[in-house]
Design a protein around this ligand. Structure first.
Ligand code: NAP
Length: 212
């Protein structure tokens, strides 16, 4: 697949590397391509462009930018470049300010997630929440003693979730489809829970698993 990765931070780089490793084509999107010169030289197959160039390139779009500017980044990408495409939303609505006893502050509420706000402004894009509740180093083919971890996903398009589920298979995850966009109200706060052991005892290597 041709994959657009909007974001030049740790998540964007790790996911782009995962797509390249599994034989996909990748174009990173950033406001300043120069900051990815080092990364691009280590990943010679990757392309780098503006948010709009990248979004136009991809059949699948990955959103990996700071949560509080996610709408701005998508506006730069352009609604027309997102229409009809799965948009893998790895963002978290982390507010400014320090964690409180390990718990990150969010700027969203229990009845309005970030992904719902993104979906409302870009109704023709097919958002799928994914990759928000694990650290970047464990996103691609993680090896845990307890076996493959579970990625909780949600979104309004079954077709988009099927595409994302296939990507998760390649990346070594079990997929748990938690339903429509509103379920992002529950999935986004998994980021808070995932981070607590990190902040309170520097334990950052873990992932969630759904047992039945
Ligand atoms: N770090 C993790 O382990 C982890 C794990 C799961 C989920 N997440 C979530 O994934 C997302 C990405 O995290 P990250 O740590 O990789 O990177 P980040 O530092 O949160 O975001 C970096 C990206 O944000 C973009 N950005 C910043 N201000 C902007 C603005 N005003 N307009 C447009 N774009 C702007 C930057 O664009 P430029 O390239 O143009 O500078 C860059 O691409 C976040 O929402 C985070 O909560 C992080």
């Amino acid at each position: 697949m041709k994959v657009s990765v909007l974001g030049s931070g740790d998540v964007g780089k790790v996911l782009a590397g995962g797509f390249l490793k599994h034989g996909h084509q990748v174009m990173m999107g950033t406001r300043s391509a120069g900051k990815l010169d080092g990364w691009a030289s280590q990943n010679p197959g990757a392309r780098v462009g503006s948010f709009a160039d990248s979004a136009a390139f991809g059949e699948v779009v990955v959103l990996a930018v700071k949560g509080n500017i996610a709408l701005d980044a998508l506006r730069l990408a352009g609604a027309g470049n997102l229409a009809g495409k799965p948009v893998i939303d790895a963002t978290n609505p982390i507010a400014d300010g320090p964690p409180v006893h390990g718990v990150l502050p969010f700027f969203t509420t229990h009845s309005e997630s970030l992904m719902e706000a993104l979906q409302r402004e870009f109704p023709d894009a097919q958002f799928v929440k994914c990759f928000n509740s694990v650290g970047a180093p464990s996103m691609i083919n993680p090896q845990f003693a307890g076996g493959p971890p579970t990625m909780f996903i949600c979104g309004n398009s079954d077709a988009a979730k099927t595409v994302v589920s296939g990507i998760l298979d390649q990346f070594g995850w079990e997929t748990a489809d938690m339903g429509q966009a509103e379920s992002a109200r529950a999935i986004e706060p998994l980021c808070m829970l995932w981070c607590v052991p990190g902040f309170i005892r520097n334990d950052w290597v873990h992932a969630f698993k759904l047992l039945r």
